[in-house]
Write a protein that binds this ligand. Structure first.
Ligand SMILES: NC(=O)c1ccc[n+]([C@@H]2O[C@H](COP(=O)([O-])OP(=O)(O)OC[C@H]3O[C@@H](n4cnc5c(N)ncnc54)[C@H](O)[C@@H]3O)[C@@H](O)[C@H]2O)c1
Ligand SMILES: O=C(O)CC[C@@H](O)C(=O)O
Length: 633
């Protein structure tokens, strides 16, 4: 991307754990000791010495001497070491290779590591050998490494400081590194700024002395307005995770370089309004409502992840109009709910909710009264979507007859029989199970009238959403004995945290199984969800792919050697033409383009030739009806 080549300060970059993710000598030891019984022990001892040297606990020359004494390496180990290090260049350095090539002559690698492995790695980034200042090994006649060139100033304490003095650079000098010796250059007054680079390791003593902390090289480029591959440093992307999704979710976001904050319970509207400022990715489950007020306060929101199936708690249209994509996990916990429902049917049919507490109280109530086998009984499934249809298969496998009712036309599985009306289902089902989605129109779908239509003694299960069933009406038919029992996992109001108590008219009623919204709470489901949702969100952020977004038009374009522009606009005629006019006026070549619209928005991905003028971006942002515009890479 052409830019105004403002004079770049000289950059002094450390090699080990900064330019690369690892320490070269540690890796050399690992290669040299392959197959050796003491490999782990020796490599561990070398690592410990490296660490002590880097954090300033042990003087440098001593740490180097002791490490080399432990290292049984040979010249032949250097080629595999270089190959390994080429694959371990720090991610943010690797993705900004173009920067190094463009600013060759301004970047020095000053390292207490060894030229033999540094030079070939950095050469691939256009850094010539004159710009590499490092130690060199000494070798025994048989080629084994037996020490280092002690005349090299970098092998001595304070070596980096002396090296910088000798370089005598004119103009501003910035140092980037992870170690204490890098900071010492600044302390000695030979650099204007010291940046602690923490992408690979964080050393408290070093961070405490830094002018700036850099979680990535992108952050350095961004702060200094230098050309960069990403449009925005990932470490500036804030993720807020509520309601305790599996820890894997935070881990994946952190691995991606994002800042992650987690809050165990849900937040109410006021609390979320206070927390949402600056958040780019919000992760919630079923208890947190993303309302118009929350969206109004959300000044940086890009995506919302529902770490569950239901999305009725989110103002999906409001998100869409604000250019916020919403993703959920539409089938990660389906099986868990099905298994719970099957268990509940059997438990209710045997009146276990009555018998189990009696046993705990010491009462022996052996009787078959009101108990029945589920084999041959009719299960009525209301809502034949992912959960309903899977339960249909499992219930038939244990000998139940299945009838179902759905407002949409659905593929009939096995021998299940479709009912034309809800009433038709209610009149014949021995067990009715609700698996409809949480749309507003389904509020009190099951009220007094529907409950009255159920067969005397029938059982009701609700594992869908709390507002689907009128709880007072349900309590009445349970008290009157019209229904034989119920299992309820979801409630119109649910406690926000495990510390809040649960209040309901259903408490204490006979043969009623109450569970705290745990239909999808299994290790398997939570782990699946915690991988599925972050992956969708990161794909959206990194490539614009909206596959499986619940509120955005779904688009996926293959990645290509191009710059990718993402444009979200109000769905009014002519916006695409205006975008393309801007591109045409600036002679920008379009390599690929895809537009998809829905009722409210248009979503267009445009891949353009690498060479373009910065002015184009400004003009594209100004295209009328633009909601959000992002340059991805
Ligand atoms: N208890 C839990 O922990 C838990 C876990 C996962 C999902 N859920 C809930 O379970 C429900 C079902 O999930 P899913 O993945 O099967 O959803 P889905 O979208 O695949 O299926 C819902 C089905 O209900 C139908 N439907 C909607 N309104 C209806 C109505 N009034 N009458 C008849 N059919 C109607 C839809 O056409 C659709 O086929 C959702 O409400 C979801 O939020 C609860
Ligand atoms: O885990 C949750 O909070 C919700 C589970 C379930 O209701 C869902 O919608 O997937």
């Amino acid at each position: 991307m052409p830019h105004d080549p403002a004079p770049l300060p000289y950059l002094i970059i450390d090699f080990d754990s900064t330019f690369t993710q690892v320490e070269g000598l540690d890796e050399l030891a690992d290669i040299a000791l392959e197959g050796h019984p003491d490999r782990e022990k020796v490599v561990g001892a070398i690592r410990a010495l490296t660490d002590r040297g880097m954090s300033g606990e042990l003087n440098f020359s001593e740490s180097l001497k002791q490490r080399l004494a432990l290292l049984p390496a040979h010249q032949r180990h250097l080629a595999p070491l270089v190959a390994r290090l080429k694959g371990k260049v720090s991610e943010s350095i690797a993705r900004n290779r173009g920067f190094f090539e463009e600013f060759r002559g301004r970047v020095y690698i000053v390292s207490s590591g060894f030229r033999e492995f540094i030079e070939p790695v950095v050469a691939e980034y256009g850094i010539a050998s004159d710009f590499v200042l490092a130690n060199t090994f000494t070798y025994a006649p048989d080629g084994s490494i037996n020490g280092f060139d002690a005349t090299n100033i970098l092998s001595r304490d304070g070596g980096k400081i002396e090296q910088l003095r000798q370089l005598d650079l004119l103009g501003d000098v910035y140092v980037l590194g992870d170690g204490y010796t890098d900071y010492q250059i600044r302390e000695a007054g030979l650099a204007n700024r010291f940046y602690a680079f923490t992408e690979n390791v964080t050393r408290d003593a070093v961070v405490a002395r830094a002018d700036e902390v850099l979680p990535s090289f992108d952050e350095f480029l961004y702060q200094n307005k230098l050309p960069m591959t990403l449009s925005y440093p990932k470490n500036r992307i804030k993720v807020l995770l509520l309601e305790n999704p599996d820890a894997r979710a935070a881990e994946l976001f952190r691995q991606e370089g994002y800042q992650v904050e987690t809050i165990t319970g849900g937040l109410d509207e006021d609390e979320l309004v206070q927390h949402i400022e600056g958040v780019s990715i919000l992760g919630i489950r079923s208890k947190t409502n993303v309302t118009p007020r929350v969206l109004e306060a959300a000044n940086r929101l890009i995506a919302v992840g529902a770490f569950c199936i239901g999305t009725n708690q989110i103002d999906l249209t409001g998100c869409m109009k604000k250019g916020v994509a919403v993703f959920n996990a539409p089938f990660s916990n389906t099986r868990s709910v099905v298994e719970l429902a099957l268990g509940e049917i059997i438990m209710l049919a045997r009146r276990i909710p009555d018998k189990n507490p009696k046993m705990h109280r010491g009462e022996w109530d052996k009787s078959a009264s009101g108990s029945f086998e589920i084999r041959g009984k009719t299960l009525g499934i209301v809502g034949y979507g992912n959960i309903g249809s899977q339960l249909s298969v499992v219930a038939e496998a244990v000998g139940m007859k299945v009838v179902y009712y759905d407002v949409a036309e659905k593929l009939q599985l096995g021998n299940a029989v479709k009912c034309r009306t809800l009433e038709e289902l209610l009149r014949q089902a021995d067990v009715v199970t609700l698996h409809v989605d949480g749309r507003k129109e389904n509020t009190n779908l099951f009220g007094a009238a529907e409950l009255a239509m159920m067969k005397p003694g029938a059982l009701l299960l609700n594992n869908s959403r709390g507002h689907i069933v009128d709880i007072s009406a349900l309590a009445d038919v349970l008290r009157s004995g019209h229904l034989g029992g119920a299992a309820v996992d979801v409630f119109p109001y649910e406690p926000k945290t495990n510390q809040e108590s649960f209040e309901s008219e259903l408490r204490g009623l006979p043969n009623v199984l109450l569970t705290p919204h745990i239909g999808g709470s299994t290790a398997e489901a939570q782990r699946n969800i915690a991988e599925f949702v972050p992956e969708r969100i990161m794909q959206y952020i990194n490539s614009g792919n909206t596959q499986q977004s619940v509120n955005f038009p779904n688009i996926q374009l293959p990645e290509q050697q191009a710059h990718r522009l993402i444009h979200i606009h109000a769905n009014v005629p002519g916006v695409l033409a205006r975008i393309n006019n801007v591109l045409a006026q600036h002679h920008v070549n379009i390599l690929g383009q895809y537009l998809k619209t829905n009722e409210h928005i248009g979503y267009v991905i445009t891949d353009i030739d690498k060479q373009y003028d910065q002015e184009v971006i400004g003009e594209l942002r100004k295209v009328e009806h633009t909601i959000k515009f992002r340059v991805l890479y």
